[in-house]
Design a protein around this ligand. Structure first.
Ligand SMILES: *Cc1c(COP(=O)(O)O)cnc(C)c1O
Length: 404
């Protein structure tokens, strides 16, 4: 290790809150599926910043849009109109088939905003008594890190010693429609759920689950809020993961790849009057809907469609999944995924997934473990067949080693 690497890592450790434990690589450049460290070593990025860099690192068209807009106007606040917001609304509505849009910044903010909006809808439209609104969520959910959200997490690491938490949430098992039916009361305003649980380890619900969920929500006048912050915008091989299930959410949350990794941009999308309950002064954000964010998001959505990234995610995802299934290794317990949202779950005896990720790093692949036993694989959606095969070769070599 050169002194520069030790410097970056040590300095981070000295000054930074220690709320992350990064793999020991210091990155300084990215292009497409590749990133380079300060030593000039190249890696295939199989995390894509948790799916925020779906369009590939430093996509030239998004970069151009960002630079051009940054020269003209970056921030007005919503106290005034700007000439990018309307175009962003029009284009995201056309892309997703939504009627109303609320622009925010981080994913967690989109989730918080949706919670506020469905509660307000519950009181003002559904007629739930004030203060009694209930929102149903799933065990092992991941919706972000703000106080409201971690209060209904089931992960002890996420919530311990951060309380007291906001009431009004009920937790049911993921993938169990009967549990949803049992949990719904007259005061239930929404069911907030990920189409595929990402942070939990790429957990895909049983076939037909979301059809039943959709029916139950409709029958009980409960808003179905799909958190597509990770699954959305092509990651699973369709624009939205809900399309695999043949359903439509009432409220859809997007973030991460909405900016192609250039800038925090998120959005709450709705197909009904949920967002209509928000009146001037009742919700907002200094940066939400700013012209720079809008210009970046417009370019990020455009390249996703124009460059066929969603179809590519479906095609390469299939190739990647088949290839992973073909790896004969005693370490592998299960391989699963949809599109380019993939995971390899290891047997408990195989050792920690972290060790495998460190070994992969040595072979030129950056991947991230989740929950001790699972290696998550989510490369940018621009990955080619040759690059998939290149990654599979290295994964096969690594997974047949024993790090127990
Ligand atoms: C990443 C993520 C979030 C939170 O997004 P941030 O931008 O980190 O706040 C919320 N929901 C899901 C499903 C996510 O994957």
């Amino acid at each position: 290790m050169s002194s520069s690497i030790i410097d970056f890592v040590a300095t981070e450790a000295r000054f930074g809150a220690h709320n992350y434990e990064p793999i020991g690589v210091v990155l300084s450049r990215g292009e497409g599926v590749w990133v380079w460290d300060t030593e000039g070593n190249r890696y295939l990025d199989c995390l894509s910043a948790y799916s925020a860099v779906s369009q590939g690192h430093c996509h030239p068209k998004i970069l151009a849009a960002m630079v051009e807009q940054a020269r003209r106007l970056t921030l007005t606040s919503r106290a005034f109109h700007n000439d990018q917001l309307a175009l962003f609304y029009e284009e995201i509505a056309a892309l997703t088939g939504s009627h109303k849009v609320l622009p925010m910044n981080s994913g967690a903010e989109a989730v918080e905003s949706a919670i506020k909006a469905v509660r307000k809808w519950g009181y003002e439209v559904k007629g739930v008594p004030d203060g009694a609104a209930e929102i149903i969520v799933c065990a092992n959910n991941f919706h972000g890190r703000t106080l409201g959200i971690v209060g209904f997490s089931t992960d002890p690491e996420t919530r311990t010693h951060f309380g007291p938490f906001a009431p009004g949430f009920r937790i049911i098992p993921f993938g169990d429609a009967a549990a949803l039916q049992d949990a719904i009361t007259p005061n239930t305003v929404a069911f907030l759920v990920e189409p595929i649980q990402g942070e939990a380890g790429v957990i895909i619900p049983p076939a037909g689950y979301f059809t039943e969920v959709r029916q139950l929500c409709t029958a009980n006048n409960v808003m179905l809020v799909l958190d597509e912050i990770q699954t959305g915008l092509g990651r699973t091989g369709k624009l939205l993961a809900e399309q695999h299930e043949g359903i439509e959410a009432d409220v859809t949350l997007l973030g991460k790849a909405l900016s192609g990794g250039f800038y925090p941009v998120s959005a709450v999308l709705s197909n009904n009057d949920v967002l209509g309950t928000l009146r001037p002064g009742q919700h907002g954000s200094t940066f939400g809907g700013n012209p720079l964010a809008c210009a970046v998001a417009r370019a990020a959505m455009r390249v996703l469609v124009e460059e066929g990234m969603i179809e590519n995610a479906a095609r390469q995802g299939m190739r990647f999944l088949e290839g992973l299934k073909d790896i004969r290794a005693n370490t592998i317990r299960e391989v699963r995924g949809r599109g380019l949202m993939l995971a390899v779950e290891l047997h408990p005896e195989a050792g920690r997934a972290r060790r495998y990720c460190e070994a992969l790093r040595g072979m030129g692949i950056l991947a991230k473990d989740t929950h001790e036993q699972t290696i998550r694989i989510a490369p940018p959606l621009v990955i080619t067949s040759d690059q998939v095969d290149w990654a599979l070769e290295r994964l096969a070599t690594t997974l047949t080693q024993d790090f127990s």
